[in-house]
Design a binder for this molecule. Structure first.
Ligand code: ADP
Ligand code: MG
Length: 493
């Protein structure tokens, strides 16, 4: 049987590998892409197909020799700067069909596409592959958390489902999946626990090691777990733990991934190899200017013209602002007039109400009116009054900008009444309020959530500025007390 040599001492049966699900997890720069590169080289060597999805734009390098100067391996590249074929983000299903028909190995490069295109394409591709694949094939997904994140957003659930299905049931269709992730914590746990094997390279964050713990728990292989966890932080580039509790006959081994032999256009790598040349800056600025053909050179009078335009724009802006401010001032004046009129009306009503004494207390009216008076010191400009009078069964609260309608048949009305009667002169809890309402025979209001309703209502009055909450107890605010008393006198009159 053909074997895939990821390292000198790790040989995996190629056909098994092609139908397995494998997770590759490591911090940035520890050799994930390098390991995939080796995997791709090995599969090409034994003549088995893969499709590698690359959002970064590195894997196309397999087409060139190590130094990038000669030819590499026969792999189709779709998308990116070096693609043989342009990428169409809507063509996921079609590309899957072509790949199955031609049985070609392929890199699909999304480095010039937005992330949404990656998710959309993989969704359609995975769906079609699951339907139509007939011979073994390995799908490699770089940046897997983009596709199967721990937290699946509603609008991304189709991508999640398509990939999850490939991982959990791809084997039946001859599809193996490699999920590559920088974090164990951000890749979806339900998906991660389904992989047959893990290749874990350097990983230091405690959350990531904890997330790997779920995988270990799922396999119930505690004995090896400790050794595994302890070894993770100290792994160097290309060093890894390979762990397959059941697949490949059961392997738990520390390995060093072999060097790739094709071009790896990763910046770190190019710098390391001394291939990232620094270009000296040009001194020929005039030459560069001449090179900008079609661009109009900047002239003196243009500068003046531009400045004049800028001033004109600014003056226009200021004019608009002045106009807006005037409009706002006029609107504020109108509002003050309206409030004054409302106050006058309310006062007239209150006076009329005060005269009508025969109506029973349950039908008293409580009114709170926000008064804005002009010309007083700033602190006195806003005042809230609570008027309690006897007349109609309607209770109306005008508080700040909020107008609240309530009757003595509902909570707000009754609590307003209690405030007027002095119930809240001493602090009261929700229980006390509930009991008081019960005692008054307002039982139809006391439902199952009476306590909560009492609390909510008191908080409402606190928000309006009548009550103050202190450790779940509510008391009349001193400023409001003065006004309520006056009104109580009116009621009594
Ligand atoms: N198998 C390998 N053979 C040779 N060099 C490697 C290998 N794996 C990693 N490297 C080196 O380490 C660098 C970072 O590895 P890379 O695989 O790109 O990291 P990442 O985990 O972020 O994908 C590479 O640019 C390369 O220089
Ligand atoms: Mg990488």
């Amino acid at each position: 049987m053909k074997a895939i040599h990821l390292s000198d001492d790790l040989a995996l049966p190629a056909e098994d590998l092609l139908e397995s699900a494998i997770g590759i997890i490591a911090k940035r720069g520890r050799g994930k892409s390098g390991a995939i590169k080796v995997l791709m080289e090995e599969l090409t060597r034994v003549g088995l197909p893969f499709v590698a999805f690359d959002p970064v734009g590195i894997l196309w390098g397999i087409r060139s020799s190590f130094d990038g100067k000669g030819p590499g391996l026969p792999v189709l590249v779709i998308g990116g700067e070096h693609g043989d074929i342009q990428l169409d983000r809507k063509a996921g299903a079609k590309v899957a069909q072509r790949i199955i028909a031609e049985n070609v190995s392929c890199v699909i490069d999304f480095s010039e596409e937005p992330k949404a295109a990656y998710r959309e394409f993989v969704r359609d591709f995975a769906h079609e592959l699951f339907r139509r694949n007939d011979t073994p094939r390995l799908v490699i997904l770089e940046e897997a958390p983009e596709l199967v994140p721990q937290r699946v957003m509603v609008d991304r659930s189709e991508t999640y489902e398509a990939v999850e299905r490939l991982v959990s049931r791809g084997r039946n269709k001859g599809v193996g999946v490699v999920l590559v992730s920088q974090r164990a914590a951000t890749i979806n746990k339900d998906v991660l626990t389904q992989v047959d094997a893990l290749l874990v390279m350097g990983l230091t964050s405690p959350q990531d090691r904890k997330a790997l713990g779920d995988w270990i728990d799922a396999w119930d292989v505690k004995k090896q777990a400790e050794k595994f966890d302890k070894g993770l932080a100290g792994l160097r580039v290309q060093e890894a733990w390979f762990w397959s509790p059941e697949a490949f006959g059961g392997i738990f081994k520390r390995v060093r991934i072999r060097n790739f032999t094709t071009f790896h256009p990763d910046k770190t790598h190019l710098r390391r190899m001394g291939w990232l040349k620094v270009r000296p800056v040009t001194a020929d600025v005039a030459g560069v200017v001449a090179g900008f053909k079609g661009e109009k050179p900047k002239k003196e009078e243009d500068v003046d013209e531009k400045e004049r335009e800028q001033y004109e724009d600014r003056i226009k802006g200021l004019e608009t602002k002045t106009h807006d401010a005037l409009e706002r001032a006029r609107a504020a004046d109108a509002r003050v007039d309206e409030l004054a009129r409302m106050l006058k009306e309310a006062n007239a009503r209150a006076e009329a109400n005060a005269k009508a004494a025969e109506i029973p207390p349950e039908h008293m009216v409580a009114e709170a009116v926000r008064v804005v008076e002009r010309g007083k010191t700033p602190g006195e400009r806003e005042r809230v009054d609570l008027h309690v009078t006897r007349e109609t069964p309607n209770l109306t609260l005008h508080v700040r900008e909020v107008r609240v309608e309530a009757t003595t048949e509902d909570t707000k009305g009754r609590v307003a009444l209690l405030i007027a009667e002095g119930f809240f002169d001493a602090p009261k809890t929700a229980t006390a309020l509930r009991n008081e309402l019960r005692a008054r025979g307002w039982g139809q209001w006391i439902g199952g959530a009476a306590h909560t309703n009492a609390l909510i209502t008191m908080r409402q009055f606190a928000e309006w500025g009548f009550l103050r909450e202190d450790d779940k107890s509510f008391q009349l605010v001193p400023e409001a007390k003065e006004r309520v008393r006056v009104l109580k006198e009116k009621v009594a009159a």
